[in-house]
Design a protein around this ligand. Structure first.
Ligand code: IVH
Length: 681
C-alpha cells in the first residue's frame, strides 16, 4: 500500500529491489502470454499467484521509497477482432489469499471499518472461468462484454448467444441492468474435446479456462456453438434502481430471471462459520460440473458496499480464498520409459506411493526428455507432486537439498529401451520415437488399441492377457486374434474354461462390426473415430479403400493432403495387405450400416453431406451427428459446394447466409426430426 513515509534509503538497496521487481514483472508477462495467448501455461495457477503476490509486495516496498510504480499487471483481454464498449460500472478483480490467517485478517478489517454495523457473509464457489458482463435494457438482452481492461471490454454478444438457456428477456424493466457472471466449459465437455484431439493426434488443450477464453474470442460462431460454453451469474454490476438488499437475494433474483445461478452457496453470521463452509466447499467441489479454484467470501449486506469502497483493483467487501492445489512429497524410485503405439517414448516417474486428493499416486508423467533436463529430475530425488486441474499428477519441484551426493543426472537414451533401435526426433516434435514397427511394446499397444471399446470392442482381451499371449508366441498381429483357439487361451496361467469360451465368443462377435471400427482399430496415424467414420461412409468396404488414390481421399471434407497420403500408403503397404487378406480369410467382414440404410426408402441421409449450425434444442450436436452418420450421411464443418444440406438451429451465424447463397437445401430442427422419425430408434 502506498503511504507518505519519506526516508532516505541506500540507493543500491532500492536499485536491487527495482531490478528484482522488473525481472518478476517480465516473468509475469511471459506467463500471461503463455496462458492467455498461447494456451500453453508453463507454471501452475498456484505458482502464478505466488509470483503475482511477490510483485505486489515489491510494489508496496518500492512505494515506501516514494517510487511511483505504474501497475502494469492489470490484464487486458481486448482483441482487435471485436468492438469495444465501456462497462457502466468497472469490472474489478478480487483480492485473493491462500492463507486462513489473511482471511481472518480481512474479516477483522471489515469489523474495524464497519464498527457497530451488523453484517453477515455469503460464501460462493469461485468459478474458474472468464468474467462476463451481460447488459439488458428494459428487460431485453442488449450486449455481452468481456472484462477487457476492467473499464472497456469486447463485445462478444454473438458468441454468448450460443449459450443454451441464456435468457434473451428477463423480468426487469430497469433502463439498464448489468449482470455479471462467469463463462466456463464444464469438465465433461473439456475431457471429450481433448479425447477427440488425442485421437486426431492434435495438441491437447491445457485447461478448460483457457479453452473457454479462446472460444469466447473465436470469430466463427458455429465453432463457438460446438464448444458448448456454459454460464453462471453471481452479481449485478450496475442497475438504474436498487432492487434487492442482500447478495443472497441477488443470487435468488438471478435464478428467477432464468439464469443458471450458483448451484450452492452459504450464508454465515461470522468468519468462523464462514470458514466451516469454505472447508465444506473444498471437500465437495470435485463433484461440481465446473472447476472451482476457491471460495468467494462476500459481505451479504449490499448497502455496506459503499462504506467499504474499493482499492484501485478490487472491492473491499469481498475476498477470494483460493484452495492451494494438493501437493505431496515423495521419492522417485525409477524413471520408466514407455513405448507408445506410435513409437513415442514417454518418460514416467515410478514413485513411492503417496496419497493425493483422495487417490493413491505412484506414477507421474515426466512428459519428455526436455522436461526432465529442464527440471533436472533424477532417480532417487525427493519431489513435490501436484494434481493439476484435479486430474493429472505432475512433478512440480525437486528438492535438491535431499539429493544424495552420488546422484547423477538422468540421461535420456538414444536407443529404444525395448528393441534397441535408434530413436529419432521428427521435425517440430519434442518427443523421441522408435520407428521399428516390430518393436514388441508397440505391437502390444496396437493390439490393445484394436480390441478397445472405441475400435473392435472385444471385451475380456485385456492388456495382461495380450502380453501373455504375445510371450507364448500366439499373438503377433491383429489377424492372430482371429486365429486364437480354446487351447491357446486355456493354457494361460489361471485362466478358466468359462473365461476362455467367453473371449472366443467375443472375438467371433467382433468379426462383423461396422467398417469404421475396423478402420479405427488399424491405428493409422491421424485416423481417429471421426475420420474412420467419414472413410467408411464414403467407401463402404476395405476393397474400395485398398484401391483408393490420395486424390480421391482429398475430395473428402476433413481429410487433408498429408492424411490422404498416409491412408493410401497404409493400404498399399505389402505387410498390411497380407494382414488384410488374412483378416478376410479368417471371416472378418465388416458390416456397412450406410449400405443397409441406403436400401431404406426413408433414409434421406445416405451419401449426403450435412453441416450443422446454431443450437438444437431437442438433441445435442453429438447426438445429431451420430444419427446422421448412422443413416449413411456425412457431417462436415464448413459450407462448400460439396455440402448437400444445412441443418440450421437457433442463433445460427454466417453459415446460413452462405448456404442460402449457394442454394443448398436447408432444414430446421423440425425438418431434421421429421426425417429421423421412424428411421432411428
Ligand atoms: S464476484 C469484483 N463471485 O473471479 C469482482 N467473482 O479473481 C466481483 N469469479 O473477476 C466478482 N466466481 O471473474 C465473484 N462467485 C464469484 C466468482 C467470481 C468467479 C471471478 C470473477 C472475478 C474473478 C476474480
Amino acid at each position: 500500500m502506498a503511504n507518505n513515509i519519506t526516508k532516505t534509503y541506500p540507493v543500491s538497496e532500492i536499485r536491487a529491489l527495482k531490478a528484482r521487481y522488473d525481472k518478476l514483472l517480465s516473468e509475469v508477462s511471459l506467463h500471461d502470454r503463455l496462458y492467455y495467448r498461447e494456451n500453453n501455461p508453463r507454471i501452475s495457477d498456484f505458482e502464478y499467484d505466488c509470483l503475482k503476490s511477490e510483485v505486489e509486495r515489491l510494489r508496496e516496498n518500492l512505494a515506501l521509497y516514494s517510487m511511483e510504480i505504474e501497475d502494469t499487471t492489470i490484464g487486458d483481454d481486448r482483441d482487435s477482432g471485436f468492438q469495444s464498449f465501456a462497462h457502466l460500472s468497472p469490472m474489478m478483480s478480487l483480492s485473493n489469499t491462500y492463507s486462513r490467517e489473511e482471511l481472518f485478517q480481512f474479516s477483522n478489517h471489515l469489523g474495524d471499518t464497519l464498527g457497530q454495523r451488523k453484517f453477515s457473509y455469503v460464501i460462493e464457489p469461485k468459478i474458474d472461468g472468464i468474467a462476463i458482463n451481460l447488459i439488458y435494457k428494459r428487460g431485453k438482452f442488449f450486449r455481452a462484454l468481456t472484462r477487457g481492461n476492467g473499464t472497456v471490454g469486447d463485445d462478444v454478444s454473438a458468441n454468448i448467444k450460443t449459450i443454451r438457456g441464456l435468457p434473451l428477456e428477463i423480468e426487469n424493466d430497469a433502463e439498464t441492468i448489468e449482470i455479471r457472471g462467469e463463462v466456463y466449459m464444464d469438465k465433461q465437455t473439456f475431457i471429450e474435446i481433448n479425447k477427440t484431439r488425442e485421437e486426431q493426434k492434435l495438441e491437447l488443450f491445457a485447461n478448460p479456462r483457457n479453452l473457454a477464453a479462446g472460444t469466447l474470442k473465436t470469430l466463427d460462431i458455429d465453432e463457438v456453438a460446438e464448444r458448448d460454453l456454459k454460464l453462471i451469474t453471481y452479481a449485478i454490476g450496475h442497475c438504474s434502481e436498487r432492487i434487492v438488499n442482500l447478495q443472497s437475494e441477488v443470487l435468488e433474483l438471478l435464478k428467477n430471471f432464468g439464469f443458471a445461478s450458483q448451484g450452492k452457496y452459504w450464508i454465515a453470521e461470522n468468519i468462523e462459520e464462514a470458514w466451516k463452509y469454505i472447508k465444506e466447499l473444498n471437500e465437495t467441489r470435485h463433484i461440481f460440473p465446473y472447476w472451482t479454484d476457491g471460495a468467494v467470501l462476500k459481505v451479504n449486506e449490499l448497502q455496506l458496499y459503499e462504506i467499504l469502497g474499493t482499492t484501485t483493483k478490487s472491492p473491499r467487501w469481498a475476498i477470494a480464498y483460493k484452495f492451494a492445489p494438493e501437493r505431496a512429497t515423495t521419492r522417485i524410485k525409477n524413471i520408466i520409459l514407455q513405448v507408445g503405439r506410435t513409437g513415442i517414448i514417454t518418460p514416467v516417474a515410478d514413485l513411492e506411493s503417496v496419497q493425493l486428493s483422495g487417490t493413491n499416486v505412484s506414477r507421474a508423467t515426466l512428459h519428455n526428455a526436455d522436461e526432465i533436463s529442464k527440471k533436472d529430475i533424477r532417480v532417487g530425488d525427493y519431489v513435490t507432486v501436484e494434481k493439476a486441474g484435479e486430474i493429472i499428477p505432475a512433478i512440480v519441484a525437486v528438492d535438491g537439498t535431499r539429493r544424495n551426493a552420488d546422484s547423477i543426472p538422468f540421461v535420456f537414451p538414444k536407443t529404444c529401451p525395448s528393441c534397441g533401435s535408434q530413436l529419432i526426433q521428427l521435425p517440430g516434435e519434442v518427443s523421441w520415437r522408435c520407428q521399428n514397427l516390430c518393436c514388441l511394446p508397440q505391437i502390444q499397444r496396437r493390439l490393445e488399441h484394436f480390441v478397445s471399446r472405441t475400435a473392435m470392442d472385444i471385451d475380456g482381451l485385456g492388456s495382461v492377457i495380450i502380453e501373455k499371449l504375445m510371450a507364448a508366441k500366439k499373438l503377433n498381429n491383429i489377424a492372430d486374434i482371429y486365429r486364437l483357439t480354446f487351447n491357446d487361451l486355456e493354457c494361460l496361467e489361471k485362466f478358466g474354461t468359462k473365461s476362455a469360451l467367453k473371449i472366443l465368443s467375443n472375438i467371433d462377435h467382433s468379426k462383423n462390426r461396422p467398417l469404421w471400427r475396423l478402420l479405427h482399430g488399424f491405428g493409422i496415424l491421424g485416423i481417429g473415430e471421426q475420420t474412420a467414420k467419414i472413410l467408411a461412409n464414403r467407401f463402404h468396404s476395405l476393397d474400395n479403400l485398398i484401391a483408393v488414390t490420395p486424390e480421391e481421399l482429398e475430395q473428402l471434407n476433413g481429410i487433408g493432403m498429408k492424411l490422404s497420403n498416409a491412408i493410401a500408403a497404409f493400404f498399399r503397404e505389402q505387410h498390411n495387405g497380407n494382414i488384410l487378406d488374412d483378416l478376410r480369410i479368417l471371416g472378418v467382414i465388416p458390416s456397412d450400416r450406410s449400405l443397409e440404410f441406403s436400401q431404406n426408402q426413408n433414409s434421406k441421409f445416405y451419401a449426403k453431406t450435412f453441416v450443422l449450425t446454431g443450437t438444437l434444442s431437442s438433441l445435442t450436436r453429438q447426438e445429431a451427428v451420430e444419427k446422421i452418420e448412422y443413416l449413411g450421411g456425412n457431417v462436415a464443418n464448413v459450407i462448400s459446394g460439396r455440402v448437400h444440406i444445412l441443418i440450421a438451429g437457433e442463433n445460427c451465424g454466417s453459415k446460413l447466409e452462405k448456404a442460402q447463397s449457394l442454394g443448398l437445401e436447408i432444414w430446421n430442427e423440425t425438418d431434421l426430426l421429421e426425417n429421423l422419425n421412424g428411421v432411428v430408434a
